[in-house]
Design a protein around this ligand. Structure first.
Ligand code: NDP
Length: 323
């Protein structure tokens, strides 16, 4: 194997064990712990060929441009909307990520949020803890089984959500830019039609410019006063102010959110509402899945150093390398 190549780690990783493993296997500098980040990059940027980061931390263009010898990036996570694609393509770095290993846990979280929103589980928990049970009835909520599940973004995670829906006897339809070849599920040609059709609209589409605020007031009104929204993809896909207004005015029935436009700061209006379930971006956050993601981060790094390419490469990096 390699003689401790130098690695620039952008910040602390979502699994502390991975910090230790990286430090044991490589000569690691953690950029976020440098007191003068810009000064450090100016003095030492040319020492690093490899960067390790995460989907949540991303990698800004100014850091990429401060690393003139950058060849490889290994990112923890499947979203690449926070990696500066233009800057990375410009310098020709090969970018690895961790698709596939987190699909089940993210889909589980989508269903946890869906069921919680429909059955008001978190609100019920607050009700019992407040001691309200001995004073009043909790009320009736919404059935999930047998309903219509619309999936916006039928990719790896969307397909895992659809598999779970079968166990709840739900009908599934979806919208992507393109229909998925061989998918058994009904394709609807617009997000608007999907929202109109669905009782539950689950967002599992990629983030970034092409999906920014696609779930807006009009889409929420198409989902309607009996409809629920679940977002485990990226906060940027939803106009959060429009969502808060729709929840407040009960123009939709409820929502379950793992992701927000400005993390870790959900819109304050959401915090006051009982018909929304809020989670702190934890959909992939199980021991088992984070371990599998960490293994893939290390595997991508070792593969880059041994063969010049990661095992799992983000589509635009792979496409550029083929040319
Ligand atoms: P995939 O690439 O497999 O699927 C993404 C899907 O989104 C594709 O079906 C794609 O279809 C669709 N899509 C992309 N852009 C658009 C668009 N403009 N309009 C409509 N559909 C679009 O990704 P994964 O399933 O692996 O992951 C999905 C996302 O989930 C990730 O990008 C990530 O941001 C998020 N995620 C969140 C986590 C969390 O902790 N909450 C954890 C892991 C992932 P098409 O190209 O045909 O449009």
């Amino acid at each position: 194997t390699h003689r401790s190549p130098r690695i620039l780690q952008y910040g602390r990783m979502p699994l502390p064990a991975l910090d230790h493993e990286l430090a044991a296997q490589f000569d690691v500098t953690v950029l976020s712990e440098q007191p003068d980040r810009a000064g450090f990059l100016a003095a030492h940027g040319a020492d690093f060929e490899c960067v390790v980061t995460s989907a949540a931390m991303g990698l800004p263009g100014d850091v990429v441009r401060a690393l003139p010898r950058l060849r490889f990036v290994s990112s923890f996570g499947v979203g690449f909307d926070a990696l500066d694609q233009a800057a990375l393509l410009e310098c020709g770095a090969r970018v690895g990520y961790t698709p596939g290993v987190l699909d089940d846990c993210v889909a589980d979280m989508a269903f946890a949020l869906l069921l919680d929103a429909a059955r008001s589980l978190s609100a019920a928990d607050r009700f019992v803890r407040r001691g309200d049970w001995s004073r009043q009835r909790f009320g009736v909520h919404t059935r999930a089984s047998g309903k219509r599940l619309g999936i916006f973004g039928m990719g790896r995670i969307g397909a895992a959500v659809a598999r779970r829906a079968a166990g709840f006897d739900m009908q599934v339809a979806y919208h992507n830019r393109r229909p998925v070849e061989g998918s058994p599920h009904q394709y609807l040609p617009s997000l608007m039609e999907l929202a109109r059709w669905a009782d539950f609209l689950v967002i599992t589409a990629a983030g970034g410019d092409s999906t920014r605020h696609l779930v807006n007031a009009e889409v929420l009104d198409a989902l309607g006063p009996q409809g629920f929204l679940v977002n485990v993809a990226r906060g940027s896909v939803v106009d959060e102010a429009a969502l808060a207004a729709a929840l407040q005015q009960q123009r939709i029935a409820g929502a379950g959110l793992d992701v927000f436009e400005d993390e870790p700061h959900p819109l304050p209006a959401l915090l006051a509402l009982d018909n929304v379930v809020l989670a702190p971006h934890i959909a992939s956050g199980t021991q088992e899945t984070r371990r599998a993601m960490a293994d893939l981060v290390l595997q991508n790094l070792h593969s880059c150093l041994a063969t010049g390419a990661p095992v799992q490469e983000v589509p635009w990096s792979a496409a550029a390398a083929r040319q």
